[in-house]
Each structure stands twice: as C-alpha cells, then as structure tokens.
Design a protein around this ligand. Structure first.
Ligand SMILES: [Zn+2]
Length: 257
C-alpha cells in the first residue's frame, strides 16, 4: 500500500490525444490551465458515456475533475464537462487538419506539469477561430497565427528584420531561410537550399505578432496577412525545434489551404 494522499483537482483543460489502454480504458493527454500537460486514465471510458460522453474528442475544451495519486504517473480522470466542442461546427479536411495541428504541437512541445497560461489562451482562441472555410483563409490565418505565436512563446521565433550572418537590414528586401538553420539571411548569405520569405510574408508576420487574432480575422484582406509561404516558414521553424515532422502539417498541406 502506498502512503501519501490523493489530491483532487478541478479545472479547465484541452483534450490533446487519447490512446486505448487495457480492456475498456483510455489514456488521455490533457493540457490543463492550472497544471500544464497531464496524462490520466479514463476508466471504462468507452462504456461510460455519462462521465465522458463526447468530451474525449481531441481539441475539446472541458472542465476536468481528476485525482492525483501518490507514486503514480497517471492521474485518475473522474469526469469531464464539455465547455466547447470542435464538433459544434462542420468538419472539413482543412479544419480537421488545423485542429489537429494545434493539439499536436501542444502535445509535442510542452513538458509535463508546467503551467503555461499564455499558451493555453493562445490555443483556445485559435481552436475557436478555426471555422469552416467559406473563404480561403478562415483556416490559414488562425493556423499561421498559432504557429508564429507558439514559436515566439517557446523562444523559437527568429528575428526577421536582419540577416543572421551580416546583420543587414532586411525590411525592404526579400529574405531567405532554410529548414536546418536559425534565422533568415540576405540574398548574399542565402543558404544553398534556401527558400525566399517574401516581403508580404515578413509584413504578415509583423502584423500577426502585434495584433490579436480576433482583430485580424475582422480584416477584409485577411488572406493577404498570411501568404502560404509564411505558414510554411512557421511550421518549418516549429519542426526544426521539435526535431520531428508534424503529421497534421502534412495533412494541412494536402487540404491545400
Ligand atoms: Zn547577410
């Protein structure tokens, strides 16, 4: 028998991922507002719709009730209440891939049990802004916003205004980047396998890092804020620091947003 006591928790969380576990249980990875990322067991999750219902769908915002147990890595998940579900709105291939990108980056980038309130708020705002796409950009803008801000909040966002080699001012010039190096460069120092980050992308990044997503989404010209090249750059920066490819990013490209 273990000594020590159980600690019960109640708080807001985002469901990141689930795995089958034992006969009828699931392991759930949760990003909680108060404790950061937490993994727990939802016992009889597959049969107990009353306690979990549709709340185990990744990207769902829930109020989670769980118990920390002494000497156990996995908490015991007792009940979830849905606060917001991605299933409220129609799911398209692009929207699904975008929702998955948000949860996959959280799952891969965050350490266990380290609260990150800024990242929690960013993730929630992004999830709720990823709607179906009557217009191109309804998905791309929130995803680009999220990826750039995740890079910034994790300390991975390179400076875009100066060449990383010679410090030349790049504000009125195309800059270049590649997936294996930090920062962007001027034309003279562009890497052999470098890609151009156009002036429109650099301007879009500046807007995104200065304004709330809700304001940018109201802009008539919102697709101009995030050229495809900016999203590709933001994803490549995340992938380089994570040292792996993001599965959902490939799906997002396939969905041709
Ligand atoms: Zn240079």
């Amino acid at each position: 028998m273990s000594s020590g006591r159980q600690i019960s928790h109640e708080g807001e969380a985002i469901v990141l991922r689930t795995w089958p576990f034992r006969e009828a249980d699931l392991v759930v990875s949760l990003f909680t507002r108060n404790q950061g990322k937490v993994k727990g067991v939802a016992r009889h999750a597959l049969s107990s719709r009353k306690r979990f219902g549709g709340a185990l769908e990744p990207a769902t915002q829930v109020r989670a009730y769980y118990m920390e147990r002494p000497h156990q890595d996995l908490v015991q998940l007792n009940q979830f209440e849905i606060l917001w579900s991605p299933l409220r709105w129609p799911i398209s291939a692009a929207r699904l891939a975008a929702l998955q990108l948000v949860t996959e980056v959280l799952e891969e980038a965050l350490p266990e049990q380290a609260p990150e309130d800024n990242i929690f708020r960013l993730a929630l705002t992004t999830l709720k802004s990823i709607q179906t796409e009557p217009l191109l950009g309804e998905v791309r803008l929130p995803v680009t916003y999220y990826c750039l801000w995740m890079n910034r909040l994790l300390g991975w966002m390179p400076e875009l205004k100066r060449c990383a080699v010679c410090r030349a001012d790049l504000r009125d010039h195309a800059s270049y980047w590649c997936a294996t190096r930090d920062g962007v460069t001027c034309h003279d120092h562009r890497p052999a396998n470098g890609r151009a980050l156009g002036l429109a992308s650099a301007a879009g990044a500046e807007l995104i890092l200065r304004h709330p997503l809700t304001d940018l989404l109201r802009e008539e010209a919102r697709t101009l804020i995030c050229p495809e090249g900016l999203l590709i750059f933001a994803i490549a920066t995340l992938e380089r620091h994570l040292e792996r490819r993001l599965r959902s990013a490939a799906a997002l490209t396939m969905a041709a947003i």
